[in-house]
Design a protein around this ligand. Structure first.
Ligand code: GAR
Length: 190
């Protein structure tokens, strides 16, 4: 199995979906570590309750030196033999340095149908634009924000009177399925 780290910044529902999927005997990833830049991220407690190693590296202790923060994380990943990274609601923009270190070995889930709506407030922007559909994308992480090659997408309808929260909830259900299925596919091929 591919020793894989999940990066989170908050509640970690995508992390939960990945870990639950990995309980199948034939799942190709071993989620050996959950990393957060926020020591208070709720998802860390859940991961620990599952017996998964957790690592909080608070970006605030590094001031403006983003790369120093990432070098500290990277050293831990190497020390633990991590081979692959799934970003799952990790809300820091990565430096080109870290992206380069993990080129071809790091994927992200983003709550829009890329290339539409990179960045934040994706659901609000899709509704305001009058789009008929929203969704989520899994992509390779490249130096540009939310800019790497798309691997897989899932679509949901945008309904009359939808709020960003209602649409986010509809998309999130698809995120959970798509992320597990995509990791299975990518790492089974390797
Ligand atoms: C998810 O919707 C994910 O797609 C999004 O944050 C949420 C995290 O939820 N990611 C981004 O916006 C990345 N820029 P979770 O912590 O419950 O998985």
């Amino acid at each position: 199995k591919t020793k894989t780290a999940i990066f989170i910044s908050g509640r970690g529902s995508n992390m939960v979906a990945l870990v639950e999927a990995s309980k199948a005997a034939d799942f190709p990833a071993d989620f050996a570590l959950v990393v957060s830049n926020d020591p208070t991220a709720a998802g860390l407690e859940w991961a620990a309750s599952q017996g998964i190693d957790t690592l909080a590296v608070d970006h605030k202790t590094y001031g403006k030196d983003r790369e120093a923060h990432e070098r500290a994380i990277d050293a831990e990943l190497r020390a633990r033999g991590i081979e692959f990274i799934c970003l799952a609601g990790y809300m820091r923009i990565l430096t080109p340095w870290l992206v380069e270190q993990w080129s071809g070995k790091m994927i992200n889930i983003h709550p829009s149908l890329l290339p539409k709506y990179k960045g934040l407030h994706t659901h609000e922007r899709a509704i305001e634009a009058g789009d008929a559909e929203g969704g989520c994308s899994i992509h390779w992480v490249s130096p540009g924000v939310d800019d790497g090659d798309v691997i897989a997408q899932a679509r949901v309808p945008i309904l009359d009177g939808d709020t960003p929260d209602a649409l986010a909830a509809r998309v999130l259900k698809e995120e959970h399925k798509l992320y597990a299925a995509t990791v299975r596919q990518i790492l089974t091929k390797k």
